[in-house]
Design a protein around this ligand. Structure first.
Ligand SMILES: Nc1ncnc2c1ncn2[C@@H]1O[C@H](COP(=O)(O)OP(=O)(O)OP(=O)(O)O)[C@@H](O)[C@H]1O
Ligand SMILES: [Mg+2]
Length: 384
């Protein structure tokens, strides 16, 4: 199996914060970085020796990125297949376009999971208000999600009463959607798996994640789940990575239900927001691991060295373009600030996160929640 050695060029489809952090890891290891993004001021621009500004649908731009790169990877799954295939004609694309095809459409992803015998909650693919109403009538209560383009609580609506189904369908603005039964969730977790070109895999310990009205809020690692939950979640995540033949990273979001069963929520074949703490907690962070996996280098150790937690920072804490004053929180033990270099603090936008280490997971989480609380008190931001 060919190894792509330091000194080679990694091409990133997407220049947002995930690519930016992966580019930093790549630079640390001696790789050069090229980036394609529709936004000229994208965060990863500062780390790239070449940036192509073009829409995702620009197949020639994707081909140009790939012509110069020794391997191409991506930070988002919504890249048109034609662009991925154009890139693949000139370079290795990892994960491969076929992985993205399965994952980038929520309905297709759910069907793939169900057809490969992975545990998913009851769901129905819907194309109209009537379909949505009838699914909710059968499920009792549900969540309707747009099949493409949803993230961070956008394109998703909870439906508690059947008479709200038509309005919820209209609110997500989709032509195809998925209605899921509203599940009795006791905890949310994710498992990050790295898979190398020859098929070897390393899984990270499950992270415990918290969402507020569908929006990711905090995560802690290790998640301190029962051994049996860790074992089952890890087995499911590794089996999915294997069956999808991912080369790179695969984040698997799971729900632990009140009755102890585990359901897969969704997949992301790239670095993931719920594993930012791995940079501080684990022997190898997710971004270095991505570089190792796509370059065919040995995968790094995923053990937790020191528990760590993160708390998301949204634009609500910003005053215009001005970030909050971090002086007080940076004086707290174990706390760090990570900003994504985004231009434009539009409401709801993720601008960065806080992280904290601790002697155990509880302490790490308490520290990061305390730090966030102090920031939210000093600004008009939402309270934890
Ligand atoms: N079927 C369900 N039952 C109960 N709660 C749910 C269900 N589906 C989603 N949720 C809640 O909404 C959150 C977001 O759902 P999901 O991950 O599908 O959306 P998303 O927009 O892709 O989010 P993100 O991009 O942040 O991962 C979940 O983490 C969970 O808290
Ligand atoms: Mg999710």
């Amino acid at each position: 199996m060919t190894v792509i050695l330091p000194g080679s060029i990694i091409g990133f489809l997407g220049g947002g914060h995930l690519s930016s952090m992966a580019a930093m890891a790549a630079r640390t290891m001696g790789y050069d970085v090229h980036v394609l993004d529709p936004e000229p001021n994208c965060p990863a621009r500062a780390l790239a020796s070449q940036t192509i500004t073009a829409p995702w649908s620009d197949v020639d731009a994707a081909a140009r990125l790939a012509e110069d790169a020794d391997v191409v990877t991506m930070e988002i799954e919504q890249i048109p297949m034609a662009s991925l295939e154009a890139a693949e004609r000139h370079s290795l694309v990892r994960p491969a376009p076929g992985v993205l095809f399965t994952v980038q459409d929520r309905a297709r992803q759910k069907e793939w999971l169900r057809d490969h015998d992975f545990p998913v909650g009851p769901f129905r693919i819907v194309r109209s208000a009537d379909d949505t109403t009838s699914a909710v009538r059968d499920f009792g209560a549900g969540v309707v999600k747009a099949s493409t383009g949803a993230s961070d609580g956008r394109g998703l609506a909870r439906i508690s009463h059947v008479e709200d189904a038509a309005g919820a369908w209209a609110s997500i603005g989709a032509t195809i959607g998925v209605v899921e039964q509203f599940l009795d969730i006791s905890a949310e977790l994710s498992v990050m798996v790295a898979r190398a070109p020859a098929g070897d895999m390393r899984a990270y310990p499950p992270a415990r994640n918290h969402y507020t009205q569908g929006v990711f809020t905090w995560s802690v690692i290790p998640g301190n789940f029962e051994d049996d939950v860790v074992e089952r979640a890890t087995e499911i995540a590794c089996r999915i990575a294997e069956q999808l033949r991912v080369v790179g990273l695969l984040a698997v979001e799971l729900f632990l239900l009140e009755d102890g069963s585990l359901f897969v929520n969704e997949l992301a074949p790239r670095p993931h927001n719920t594993y930012h703490h791995a940079e501080r907690a684990c022997v190898t962070g997710q971004f270095e691991q991505l570089v190792r996996a796509i370059c065919g280098l040995p995968l790094g150790d995923t053990d937790v060295v020191r528990p760590a937690a993160i708390y998301k920072l949204h634009a609500d804490l910003w005053t215009g373009a001005q970030p909050p004053d971090f002086t007080e929180v940076l004086a707290l033990p174990g706390v760090r600030v990570h900003l994504y270099g985004r231009h434009g603090a539009r409401p709801g936008r993720e601008m960065g996160h806080l992280s904290a280490c601790g002697a155990n997971s509880d302490t790490a989480l308490e520290r990061v929640v305390d730090a966030y609380r102090r920031l939210s008190i000093s600004t008009a931001g939402p309270k934890p």
